[in-house]
Design a protein around this ligand. Structure first.
Ligand code: 6GU
Length: 224
């Protein structure tokens, strides 16, 4: 898989890709991440990429020309399965969307900043819009990192233990069960006995029950 990310501040996204699972996925050549600075496609030498909104109002709007130049160039180089715009006014990311996107060859992600992008960018180039939740971030960059992490960890070979992504929370619309490790007793707090029993049938049954109980308590809407 190849992921291209267009941003005004690509620096905001670098470090998460330089550690742990996202780093290992790139080293194993399972994913390539390419950042593109929108300012490199600016209209003039001052690097102009935004302007005030027609009709007035606060904030700046990302202009269509630099974004057009950047997206058009990238589209001549390869076909994209999706061209995604990260924005709070969009459907919210879930595991199902991540699963589907993880089957892509090439994904292009545009991250907004300031008051967003000229609507015509969304009308002309964007094939999918994604929010990561009902709150507002300063820009789409952190949301893009969240999306990439959610997708890349699903690529075959990225996680050491192949079953590990399958037992994540949400893969079966349930939260994951509680987990414990040594010591078995800590300041009078005991690990559930069944987990120490060595009876894997019982352990599986307990985990299923525990997942269901936690989902009912914490996220009952997942059960509908
Ligand atoms: Cl994708 N962008 C911004 N700026 N804020 C958000 C978001 C995205 N998702 C939730 N809040």
């Amino acid at each position: 898989m190849r992921i291209d990310i267009i941003s005004v501040i690509p620096e905001l996204m670098q470090s998460p890709f330089e550690h742990s699972i996202l780093k290992r996925a790139q080293e194993k050549k399972l994913v390539e991440i390419h950042f593109h600075n929108l300012r490199d496609y600016a209209l003039n030498n001052y690097g102009k990429i935004d302007d005030s909104p027609f009709g007035g109002g606060a904030g700046m709007v990302l202009m269509i020309e630099p974004i057009d130049k950047c997206i058009t160039k990238l589209k001549t180089e390869r076909n994209y399965d999706e061209i995604i715009y990260m924005t709070p006014d969009a459907p919210i990311l879930n595991q199902q969307t991540s699963n589907t996107l993880s089957l892509s060859q090439n994904i292009l992600i545009l991250t907004g900043h300031y008051k967003g992008v000229d609507q015509r960018v969304r009308d002309l180039f964007i094939t999918k819009e994604i929010s990561i939740g009902n709150y507002v971030l300063s820009g789409g960059e952190l949301a893009a990192v969240v999306l990439c992490d959610a997708i890349v960890r699903l690529l075959p070979g990225v996680l050491g233990d192949e079953t590990s992504a399958l037992t994540d929370s949400f893969q079966d619309n349930l939260l994951a069960p509680e987990v414990y490790t040594r010591p078995a007793t800590y300041k009078n707090k005991e690990v559930p006995n069944v987990l120490l029993s060595g009876n894997f049938k019982k352990i599986d049954a307990w985990r299923e029950q525990n997942a269901l109980k936690r989902t009912k308590r914490i996220r009952p809407n997942l059960l509908n």
